[in-house]
Ligand binder design. Structure first.
Ligand SMILES: Cc1ncc(COP(=O)(O)O)c(C=O)c1O
Length: 394
């Protein structure tokens, strides 16, 4: 693999085996061994394993990993090794990616609007779980699967807007009246029928799951249709600076309690965490190309893996790596970041707190970027990176 030769020396060639990546004890070792000029993406397998164990051990239902959050094959392999067997996929390419890696995986095509080729191709690759939020989409699924009798259909509900950093009900989901009609028309054609929703990514209030499940109860009662499953979606949050979160158990308890309170104990339960399974397991190591006062120009930015830092002004945790003396200053000051492209939108206001003497040639590690970071990176202006490493220690 080409990237291996951009790093020397490797910790130990056998350490490559589990992850298929250049593997180092820590980020400083990876930087010291790096011979390339681009940013480096780091995966922390231990953190990904810990997140998988937390969900597999605590979530009151089946765990589907939302592949869109980070489709890196090494990350998928870590999740599989930990026991994740179900995957939420959105496109034919994601279907093919997971199917090639894990022929025995159960795939859930949970994008409510799919091309006909995606439905046909996914069904041919064994996908039986699909979501819909409109009568015409339901008909497309029926047509493109030749009226299959083995489908598990998931009706996507629109939820009232609540306290999430990224609401996801504006674009997809059926409203109450439409949902009632859709449940009735889907029941006769579905082997299994369920409800699904997404409370919004980075959901800061576990009560939103309560509200969604109460709403699901009301809907099912009004429709008078029996359902087989509920998929509570993603939304499980990650602690970013300025965004303190309750422990994940609070969310699991809220869902468990609410399922019972609303009479859903007998139905099959699914959850689709993306961010919470991979955010803490990924970092970007970006080199500082220039310092102007309190502005740092990096070789990664809004058009790279730092989209959320620019677009949504998220203050990701940062730390400095310097591989030469003197040691960085003890006092810290707040910096603004600029990415490498020519667009002035490539600005990340932060502030990001780093040692006061941070300078050109130092590396900034932007942490908690394993979700919706590398996967959103473009190749704009020719700035991108094919270098991902595994880091064994924090
Ligand atoms: C259908 C669906 N499921 C799961 C997810 C993952 O959400 P999160 O990363 O907030 O857990 C998303 C995110 O957009 C989604 O659209």
């Amino acid at each position: 693999m080409k990237t291996v030769f951009d790093f020397a020396p490797l910790l130990n060639p056998t350490a490559l085996q589990p992850y298929g990546l250049p593997t180092f004890l820590n980020a400083a070792d990876a930087i010291a061994a790096y011979r390339g000029d681009d940013q480096i993406y780091a995966l922390y397998p231990r953190k990904i394993e810990a997140a998988a164990r937390l969900f597999l051990g605590g979530f009151p239902g089946h765990v589907l990993y939302a592949v869109k959050a980070n489709p890196h094959p090494s990350l998928l392999n870590i999740l599989w090794t930990e026991g994740v067997r179900r995957f939420d996929v959105a496109s034919l390419r994601e279907v093919a990616l997971v199917r090639d890696l894990f022929p025995a995986a159960e795939l859930f095509l949970m994008h409510p609007v799919k091309s006909r080729a995606t439905i046909t191709g996914s069904y041919a690759q064994g996908v039986r779980n699909m979501s819909f939020d409109h009568e015409d989409e339901l008909q497309k699924i029926i047509d493109c699967t030749d009226e299959a009798s083995d489908l598990h259909l998931h009706l996507r509900l629109a939820l009232p807007k609540k306290d999430t950093a990224m609401p996801l009900s504006g674009k997809f989901g059926a409203g109450l009246e439409d949902a009632i009609a859709l449940l009735k028309s889907a029941r006769p054609v579905a082997k299994k029928l369920g409800l699904c929703f997404h409370v919004g990514s980075q959901c800061l209030d576990s009560g939103n799951y309560h509200a969604a499940l109460r709403y699901a109860r009301k809907l099912v009662d009004m429709a008078g249709v029996q359902i087989d499953s509920i998929d509570v979606g993603g939304g499980f949050p990650v602690a970013y600076p300025d965004m303190p979160i309750a422990p994940m158990e609070t969310y699991f308890d809220a869902i468990r309690t609410s399922l019972t309170a609303n009479g859903f104990d007998g139905v099959e339960i699914f959850g689709e965490p993306g961010r919470a399974l991979c955010a803490e397991g990924g970092s970007t190591l970006a080199r500082i190309e220039l310092r102007k006062g309190k502005d740092l120009y990096l070789n990664d930015g809004t058009y790279g893996s730092l989209f959320d830092a620019g677009q949504f002004a998220w203050k990701f945790p940062v730390r400095l790596h310097r591989n030469h003396p003197p040691a960085p200053a003890a006092n810290q000051i707040g910096f603004r970041f600029f990415g490498p492209t020519c667009d002035s939108a490539d600005t990340m206001n932060g502030p990001f707190y780093l040692p006061a003497d941070t300078c050109e040639g130092d590396w900034v590690e932007v942490q908690n970027l394993g979700a919706y970071g590398q996967t959103l990176a473009t190749q704009f202006n020719g700035f991108h990176s094919g270098h991902t490493v595994a880091i064994l220690e924090d």
